[in-house]
Design a protein around this ligand. Sequence first.
Ligand SMILES: [Cu+2]
Length: 346
Amino acid sequence: MANKLTLSVLAALLLLGACKSNTEQGNASAKSSATMEEAKGQPEEAEITAAPRVPAPIGNRAPKKLIVKLLTTEIQGEIADKKKYTFWTFNNIVPGSFIRVREGDEVELHLRNDANSVLPHNIDLHAVNGPGGGAEASSAVAGQEAVFTFKAMNPGLYVYHCAAPPVPMHIGNGMYGLILVEPAGGLKPVDKEYYIMQGEFYTKARTDSVLEFDNDKAVAEHPDYVLFNGKKGSLLGANMIEAKVGETVRLFVGNGGPNLISSFHVIGEIFDNVYQEGGSAVTHNVQTTIVPAGGSAIVEFKVDVPGEYVLVDHALSRAFNKGAIGKLKVTGEKDPKIFKKGGFDK
Ligand SMILES: [Cu+2]
């Protein structure tokens, strides 16, 4: 604990030092010198997390070499209403681990296909400049590991997914996740960051309690479930995401599809900033933002009033009938100047 604390203090001091030198040099020159610097030194293993958590911000560091390890698996888990489903996953979770790197980082990606898998799997990262986003270079049969290296050249929030045939089936079974490529200098600090990824599931009964992929429903684009983070209720009850009044919240929102476009909305909030489609263009004061199949958006907002805020795909039958619903719980003091029940004070 003491060590951890010491490290935190050291990290804070280093960060302060970095900020100070940034101010002295001016942001423009700091950015260009960092961008020019080639990744040096020994590679480090990247921190990766399971939704709705995300790894720590990159901050203002130079590019470096990172190793990212992913495991593809075919495992049974609960999808909804006590029904099981055989998910195909990256790192045993849907969506797969959140990967966070910096513009200019060189990434050595290890994709191991679990020995118990039936099918070959691979990964196409939309953050990659190269054939298939790495799909062919990472193709692995059961028990095999494939490795490829790429340079993260374009900042943004990118989807990754399995691209082994039949691709809609691999994605439809849950093989997708997000990789964030932070710009030089990092994203502006916020108080809370969360990882939410939508995907739809096309199912038929294998037994009374186990569902499996239904290709006819997938081709017709008629899902039984449209879900956040691979499970009905993944962001409800004890699993709600949280913030305090006055905090800024950043949501990294992805859409694995495989077919539907999401109309992402938080009931009772307005997005102060939206990085449209996960790119570099930022718009303000947005009510609902499009998250394309195979695409993303970053949304940011400050929470002003306590309560439970409902996250939905505003194609609302998906939210209220098929599962695309979650909640953000905001605690803290009420502010009757911003919102209150009843009329003006007399
Ligand atoms: Cu696959």
